[in-house]
Design a protein around this ligand. Structure first.
Ligand code: ADP
Ligand code: GLC
Length: 484
């Protein structure tokens, strides 16, 4: 049994901007089910204070360097689990309207201060908070917001082992040298091998350079980030630590994502009893004001409208696609140019294209259930969760061969179909031409080969990407880190 503190900036169902929250809300309970004592720590944002269960004050006042006001530590329980949650309550930094990283005008300018304070609170816990006898053997950090934790802990004589998981290398938390000075970080951390990155301060380097073990969220992405295309200048450092880097595929949380008992769905279904799927399709078409037609293939997209997700490719292909018999529903937010671009297309092609800009958990579930195929033409995708949900919902994913998409979706080649393996459509080049070609393959199979389409749905729904295997791999890694 290992004691683990899981440090993260977001956790579903308390607060979520993307897949990191899904993982933070699923891996700790999965590890606890295996007998490990895993606890979460995150900032006390208002939405978290509102949703966390059994909240109480654990430490009234904790002195932390750089804290603008006294910091309080609260303790609660992650809803529907037995996972203890520690909340770092510093209202000046965390109690504000808008998103957790910024608002419509951009990132919060004091993000370096906010996440340095959070990291200092994590380090303080490992040294012993008043009122808490528990100490972790391992601190599991996630993304740049927690990158300073391994760096700061590296300076301690007695310290837990550190794991740093890269969920997305393109978000690095890079700030000025002046910020480094202002934060009062130890000078010993400022070096080429440390936090310095081309004369600036890099939070993610704190994790990459100092953690005892590095992980990322799929085997393919673990290889990709060692190359210049995906490494963003950090490939050299990552390569130098390759022996300590592991690609562990994320799991899908089938407690929340299973069409047989998903509470967000009007109709439940399974591979054996599939009729609910077409009822959900009609509900989805009605929801978006599209003509209710069972004979037209319906594509879904849910996600951040950013270049990473290849959303620009979708937008540039759409006018041509509308010449075919198809419909597409889009839910997401992100780059304002893409948000507006998609809305313009929805106005131009009202019988085929429908768009909802925003964040809507219930609608994301209905799209997974109601669509026939799911578009995810990402330029890079460390793991990706929506393709996993799509597989389970019998909504064939259309993906680019990168990162976790390459590791989880099997292309509909004649050989893969014959072998009973094909679960979706995979293409190589991030180009309009390549995506267009793939669309033709999808339409061809959907309209001309319904028997094969149905068989692929069965393969897809039977694929198992649950947490059990990945959680065991993390548990082994913790053990491994503790012995050396
Ligand atoms: P990323 O973390 O890169 O955004 P993932 O595929 O790992 O991508 O995870 C995205 C998660 O966020 C999924 O659970 C997805 O359903 C959810 N999501 C993304 N955008 C929205 C949205 N606009 N409304 C509801 N859920 C969303
Ligand atoms: C990131 C990645 C995504 C991954 C998620 C959870 O946001 O972009 O691919 O699934 O983290 O690890």
């Amino acid at each position: 049994m290992t004691t683990v503190l899981f440090a993260t900036s977001e956790v579903h169902p308390l607060v979520k901007t993307g897949g990191l929250a899904d993982i933070s809300g699923s891996l700790p309970p999965a590890l606890r089910a295996l007998g490990h004592d895993v606890r979460l720590i995150l900032p006390a944002y208002p939405q978290v204070l509102a949703r966390c269960e059994r909240l109480m004050t654990l430490v009234k006042l904790i002195p932390l360097q750089g804290a603008p006001t006294p910091v309080r530590i609260l303790e609660g329980i992650l809803p529907d689990t037995d996972v203890p949650v520690y909340l770092v309550d510093c209202p000046t930094y965390f109690d504000r309207m808008g998103g957790i990283y910024g608002d419509a005008t951009g990132d919060w300018p004091d993000n370096p201060q906010r996440f340095t304070l959070f990291s200092r609170a994590v380090v303080a816990l490992t040294k012993g908070w008043p009122g808490l006898v528990w100490k972790p053997e391992v601190v599991h950090c996630n993304d740049w917001q927690t990158g300073l934790v391994p760096a700061l802990l590296s300076l301690e004589e007695y310290r837990p082992k550190t794991i740093f998981t890269i969920h997305n290398l393109s978000y690095q938390g890079v700030f000025s040298w002046g910020t480094f000075v202002e934060l009062g970080l130890p000078m010993g951390l400022w070096s080429l091998e440390g936090l310095e990155f081309y004369g600036r301060l890099s939070f993610i380097k704190g994790g990459l350079a100092y953690a005892d073990r590095l992980t990322t969220v799929s085997p393919t992405y673990a290889r990709e980030i060692r190359t210049p295309t995906f490494g963003y200048g950090l490939e050299g450092l990552i390569e130098s630590r390759a022996e300590r880097l592991f690609g562990i595929l994320n799991g899908a949380n089938y407690d929340h994502w299973d069409p047989q008992n998903d509470p967000y769905l009007p109709y439940h279904y399974s591979a054996a009893d599939f009729s609910g799927k077409s009822a959900n399709k009609a509900a989805l078409q009605r929801h978006f004001g599209l003509p209710v037609r069972s004979d037209v293939v319906l594509f879904g997209f849910v996600g951040r409208m950013v270049e990473q997700k290849g959303f620009d490719l979708v937008l540039s292909c759409l006018p041509e696609w509308t010449q075919h018999q198809l419909q597409i529903v889009v839910l997401g937010s992100g780059d304002p140019v893409f948000e507006q671009g998609s809305q313009v297309l929805a106005t131009r092609f009202p019988a085929q294209v429908a768009v909802r800009v925003g964040y809507d958990e219930a609608l994301a579930h209905l799209i997974e259930a109601g669509a026939d195929a799911f578009l995810m033409p990402s330029r890079f995708e460390p793991c990706g969760l929506n393709q996993l949900y799509s597989l389970r919902y019998g909504t064939l994913p259309v993906v680019r061969r990168t990162g976790g998409l390459a590791d989880t979706v099997v292309d509909a080649t004649p050989e893969n179909i014959a072998a009973g393996r094909a679960t979706g459509f995979v293409f190589n080049a991030a180009t309009q031409a390549s995506l267009n070609k793939t669309l033709v393959r999808v339409l061809n199979l959907y309209y001309n080969n319904p028997t094969i389409w149905k068989r692929m749905i069965e393969f897809a729904m039977a694929a198992d990407y649950g947490w059990d295997k990945s959680a065991r791999t993390y548990a082994d890694l913790y053990q491994h880190a503790m012995v050396g």
